[in-house]
Design a protein around this ligand. Structure first.
Ligand SMILES: [Zn+2]
Length: 195
């Protein structure tokens, strides 16, 4: 007999909690869910809606696709719960799938922890505790590392005009370093611009 989807989620939740820190595979989770084809969606809900700290190969390079670990019972930040998939997609696209604090792109090795891939979250520009809204205009892409260090800080990101002014004033050698860094970061766009 098939369990209801609610039952499947409850079973998965209980199973993760019984197995904190242990590597769980998709086969096992499928079984635990009662053979529900949407088990993966339920796992995502546990993570995104309930904030369970479940990591995958997207978070840690030592994990393979289909491997899951509930790291601990500390809930992941609630800032992006309740933000719709559509809003999330708009913000990530607008920010070029790049952390707006450190510039890391989604999937790149993390600057502070090379074993971890950059996973982007949606953060508030003006924190909710300061009255910031969930509107796309108040949201930005931010990586886990920056978020962990600065979830409550409002960062003043230099706007392009100020930044260009700074680069203009810099010595030629520094300008060349910036150029090299930009070419490495945007190889495709560089080729397009030169053609
Ligand atoms: Zn970052």
């Amino acid at each position: 007999m098939k369990t209801s989807s609610k039952g499947a989620k409850a079973k998965l939740r209980a199973f993760f909690i019984e197995n904190i820190g242990k590597l769980l595979t998709s086969d096992v989770l499928y079984e635990v869910s009662g053979g529900r084809s949407e088990w993966a969606r339920r796992v995502r809900e546990l993570r995104n809606e309930e904030g369970m700290n479940i990591v995958t190969h997207n978070d840690r390079s030592d994990l393979k696709p289909g491997q899951y670990i509930l790291v601990d019972l500390k809930p992941i930040p609630s800032f992006e719960r309740g933000i719709s998939k559509e809003t999330r997609a708009i913000v990530l696209d607008r920010n070029g799938f790049t952390c707006q604090m450190c510039g890391a792109a989604a999937g790149e090795p993390n600057v502070y922890d090379q074993g971890r891939k950059t996973r982007l979250h949606i953060g508030h520009i003006i924190d909710k505790s300061m009255g910031g809204s969930d509107e796309p205009g108040n949201l930005r892409a931010i990586c886990s590392a920056c978020n962990e260090g600065a979830s409550n800080l409002t960062l003043n990101r230099p706007d392009a005009i100020k930044l260009i002014a700074q680069v203009r004033r810099a010595p030629g050698k520094d300008q060349l370093d910036v150029l090299k860094w930009l070419i490495t970061k945007f190889p495709k766009q560089t080729t397009e611009l030169l053609n």
